[in-house]
Design a protein around this ligand. Structure first.
Ligand code: 5AD
Ligand code: SF4
Length: 441
């Protein structure tokens, strides 16, 4: 979603004379769009700011300026801390206020002028409220930077309040964009040549957008079916979803809609019911298996991806073994796994029984070994098979093209003619842990 948001910031600033550049050292403005999900993500922001400080000073020594802005969820959660630790930052803004960037930049410029003329302390611009007006009503319609595949935010925020997670606090309450607005944005993309759209939301299948002409609220399944009507749109994906919000309509959509890709990111976080309860995930391991089974029945070629947290407070060996067992049963095509990282202000951070770092490291290694084995086995299961690939970019080698399979694997082929933007059948000849090689049928 930060990729989508960064593009929207660029779109918002384009009419004000800003253009993207390749390197920060001689930029008029640097915006760091940040993530607060885990501790190391937030710490990266302070490291990066340390790198930009001398660049800003060098520009100032030449009589120029570099406006330094911190956007995104670290800005939202740690605005005052950023100004304290990095006083050279000019603007801090949260993820819901970036439509106001042009105005914030003007205010930052005025503050700088005032300081130069009158001395004293420079005012910093900090905008981290959740405005009543939606930013989506203010930002320009997106332009696709990549011609083939695009992200489209349909939902933001979250009301689930998993006890480890900062998202409900940084992104705010759950909000769904109306169906007509989503369809219009998708249509614009398709008119520009986009063939694959990934619908985004922190909790994307909680989608409940207002339907057209008073048709009530629509769920994600209905929205996918509607988008599938767009000629020229070949693939639809969505992420990230919550097991609790997988409903029958969405499962049916996976069965009925060819364009909906058979690859689902459905985080489970843990396989232990007691940890799931402590996490406030609102589902059991059993319920997760049922959902997986129902989806496999609807779409037998579907593959799954998940997120896992190891070392959640109170997690014992038995709990961890339940996670390993769940992984063995589901058999994932891909996964993301993390050590639990306490996020300030979240309920789990206050639990006393924190798991020692060494245990977290050990569990993460065991889990990742298993998940990697499954990923390699999944990739290898495609060798000798033919699979459709949507080609998106040129590879590093001569005549090499890179595309994505239905399962988000990168697929490399060699071809003498330009196949960017083509959806072609590829016979897979080799599989590595992260990518496939093949030849065009
Ligand atoms: N510690 C570790 N991992 C976390 N995630 C979210 N919050 C935390 C945390 N405090 C992980 C979850 C989520 C993914 C985006 O990040 O697995 O699904
Ligand atoms: Fe965070 Fe996802 Fe839980 Fe919402 S559902 S609180 S975004 S982990």
């Amino acid at each position: 979603m930060n990729v989508y948001d960064s593009d929207r910031m660029a779109d918002t600033l384009a009419p004000h004379g800003y253009q993207l550049c390749d390197a920060p050292d001689d930029a008029d403005m640097v915006i760091l769009n940040t993530c607060h999900i885990r501790e190391n993500a937030s710490e990266k922001v302070f490291h990066a700011l340390g790198r930009y400080k001398p660049m800003k000073q060098a520009r100032e020594a030449q009589g120029k300026d570099m406006i330094l802005a911190v956007a995104g969820c670290v800005g939202q959660a740690e605005g005052p801390e950023i100004i304290r630790r990095a006083p050279y930052v000019d603007i801090v803004l949260g993820p819901q206020t970036y439509h106001r960037l042009p105005e914030m930049i003007e205010r930052a410029k005025r503050a700088k002028k005032k300081k130069m003329e009158e001395g004293g302390k420079k005012e910093r611009i900090v905008e981290t409220d959740f405005p009543v007006e939606s930013k989506f009503d203010h930002i320009p319609a997106p332009k696709s930077n990549n011609r083939i595949s695009a992200f489209l935010t349909i939902q933001e925020g979250c009301d689930k309040f998993c006890t480890f997670c900062c998202v409900p606090y940084t992104r705010g309450a759950e909000f769904s964009r109306p169906v007509a607005e989503v369809v219009a944005e998708a249509k614009k993309y398709v008119d520009e040549g986009i063939q694959e759209i990934t619908l985004l939301g922190q909790n994307v299948n909680a989608y409940h957008g207002e339907g057209a002409n008073g048709s009530g609220e629509w769920g994600l399944g209905a929205l996918c079916l509607e988008l599938a009507e767009l000629d020229g749109l070949k693939r639809i994906r969505y992420m990230t979803s919550h097991p609790r919000d997988v409903d029958d309509e969405l499962i049916r959509a996976h069965g009925d809609c060819e364009k909906l890709m058979p690859f689902l990111h459905l985080p489970v976080q843990s396989g232990s019911d007691s940890i799931l309860k402590q996490m406030n995930r609102k589902h059991t391991a059993e319920r997760y298996f049922e959902i997986i089974d129902d989806l496999r029945k609807a779409r037998p070629d579907i593959a799954f991806c998940s997120d896992f947290i190891v070392g959640f407070p109170g997690e014992n060996d038995r709990d961890f073994e339940a996670t390993m067992e769940l992984v063995r049963q589901v058999n994932y095509a891909q996964a993301f796994s993390f050590k639990y990282s306490p996020r300030p202000g979240t309920p789990a951070a206050a639990i006393e029984l924190q798991v020692p770092e060494s245990v977290k490291v050990e569990r993460l290694k065991a889990l990742q070994d298993l998940l990697n084995q499954q990923q390699i086995a999944f990739n290898q299961s495609l060798v000798g098979k033919t699979t459709p690939v949507l080609f998106e970019r040129y590879g590093k080698e001569e005549n090499q093209y890179l595309g994505k399979s239905a399962y988000m694997q990168s697929v490399h082929v060699i071809c003498p003619r330009d196949i960017i933007g083509k959806l072609l059948d590829v016979e897979v000849t080799e599989a590595g842990s992260n990518s496939l090689k093949g030849r065009l049928k």
